[in-house]
Ligand binder design. Structure first.
Ligand code: GTP
Ligand code: MG
Length: 464
């Protein structure tokens, strides 16, 4: 074990004991005793290249970075934006600006500089050497928040995998950074784990995590197959972080009449409150059932390694019959948030799903109600104050169940494949083996109805 390993291992034990201190940096003496708890005092730095493909303004992006920094436990002292047509390969914002920020750090007693974009290993190293403070980027910050929040075994593995993938091409820069800080944002792994710094170990660990995740995925697949068989439709809540997905899930659960108060999902006014998907069974007043899934929220510039790592969890979204895309109507950047969510869903292979666009928090939003779109698959509501929930329920019902038709099909014995398909995919209430074929009573959607209506028999024929 080298010096850094010992240092990190020890600091991870400290974090394990003093959870509320997570988010703060610590200083240790030679005996690895805490001698000082260092506040993570951060200056945020953004770069505006003035190109039109930026999906939001630099000001809004920096505000969000501030929220992310706070969510990770840092104190934000100030924000600096550099206008520059191109990224500087060595110093990202250019050496001159980096020197200015160094003076700024001294003046404000900052010990951390957070960049709004991903940096290369060389940029991190150069900037740290020049500015003499810890340098991290937006990706490290987001991964750090995820590392702090991950609860389930799968969540922890996914975050660790994302962190390791991010680390691998940046070992030189990060090694430097970690040996300098020892603790604090960017050094934490999920479950207070020490993060690897050695290339070979990282590769081994990545392959080990992949295997473990594959096992978990297989298990989930088995459960999903069971669910599919039971033919209960699946509805997934998706959207930008902090939009109110979990609040809406709890609201729908409370009115669905199912006794599951203990199963309320976690709601918090912070970014990335939910990391693990949660499933709950819902029952509509008219008794139809569906499964509702709550999922991790998205954010602008979501690290690619995280999207990759979370793919398996979000596989469920791919299979959902309906998406509820929740939007925070009070956020002035809601259009960007919708675009980001759609883009991430696209990356996950979720395309052309029936979707209800939900503008949430209308109890609070005042100024921009005229700006919020209205339309066929759009609903304005407040999950917190119970406004418009009944309209949403009706829409869900219409989307999931209005096209379903009860049918009695008499299938010749030569059409065994259709019989097995129906038994597999639809809610069969009766099968009867008759002389002229198999009589199947079931409920089908419009596509299946059109395909198999030729086999439909009416009640009089059935009685023969
Ligand atoms: N005023 C108001 N606040 C709401 C409403 N719905 C949710 N909130 C608040 O918004 C914050 C975030 O809510 P969550 O339900 O945790 O949001 P989420 O989309 O699950 O967030 P992540 O899990 O982080 O992706 C909480 O403070 C909620 O109380 C609403 O209708 N009106
Ligand atoms: Mg949530």
């Amino acid at each position: 074990m080298d010096k850094i390993d010992v240092f990190l291992e020890f600091s991870s034990i400290i974090y394990g004991i003093e959870r509320d201190k997570v988010g703060e940096g610590m200083q240790f003496n030679e005996n690895n005793e805490i001698i000082n708890v260092i506040e993570q005092r951060a200056i945020l730095v953004g770069l505006s290249t003035g190109t039109r493909d930026e999906i939001t303004t630099i000001e809004n992006s920096m505000e969000e970075l501030k929220e992310l920094a706070k969510a990770a436990g840092a104190v934000v002292l100030d924000m600096v934006v550099q206008n520059r047509p191109r990224v500087d390969a060595a110093y990202y914002i250019g050496k001159g600006k980096a020197e200015e920020i160094k003076i700024f750090c001294r003046a404000l007693d900052a010990n951390l500089v957070i960049f709004n974009d991903e940096l290369s290993g060389a940029q991190i190293r150069n900037l740290e050497e020049l500015m003499e403070v810890t340098v991290i980027d937006r990706t490290t910050l987001i991964l750090d928040i995820f590392a702090q929040r991950a609860q389930s075994k799968e969540g922890k593995l996914q975050v660790e995998l994302a962190q390791l993938r991010y680390r691998l091409p940046r070992l030189i820069g990060l090694g430097n950074s970690l040996s300098r800080t020892g603790a604090g944002i960017g050094t934490r792994g999920p479950g207070e784990k020490k993060l690897e710094l050695d290339r070979r170990h990282i590769l081994d660990r990545i392959s080990d995590i992949r295997h473990q995740l594959e096992e978990i995925r297989k298990n989930r697949e088995t459960q999903r197959t069971k669910r599919r068989k039971s033919e209960i439709p699946v509805v997934a809540l998706v959207g930008y972080t902090n939009a109110g997905k979990s609040t809406l899930m709890n609201k729908l659960m409370s009115i669905s009449g199912v006794q599951q108060e203990e199963k309320e999902v976690y709601v918090e006014d912070m970014l990335f409150a939910t990391l693990d998907t949660a499933h709950r069974k819902m029952v509509l007043p008219s008794k139809e059932e569906f499964i509702l899934i709550d999922t991790v929220g998205f954010v602008s510039k979501l690290p690619h390694s995280l999207v990759e790592a979370f793919k398996a969890t979000l596989e469920e979204v791919q299979e959902a019959n309906l998406l509820l895309h929740v939007v925070d109507a009070t956020n002035e950047d809601f259009e960007m948030q919708i675009k980001v969510t759609e883009k991430v869903l696209n990356e996950l292979g979720v395309k052309d799903k029936p979707t209800i666009l939900i503008f949430n928090k209308i109890d609070k939003q005042e100024d921009q109600s005229a700006l919020i779109p209205r339309g066929e698959n759009i609903v304005h509501l407040s999950a917190l104050k119970d406004i418009g929930i009944d309209i949403l329920m009706q829409m869900i019902k219409d989307k999931l169940f209005s096209n379903m038709k009860k049918v009695s099909l008499l299938l010749p014995y030569s059409k065994g494949d259709i019989v097995s398909y129906l038994c597999d995919k639809t809610k069969v209430v009766k099968t009867e083996y008759r002389e002229d074929g198999v009589l199947v009573e079931t409920t089908v959607g419009p596509a299946d109805y059109n395909k198999y209506r030729q086999y439909q028999v009416n009640k009089a024929e059935m009685a023969e």
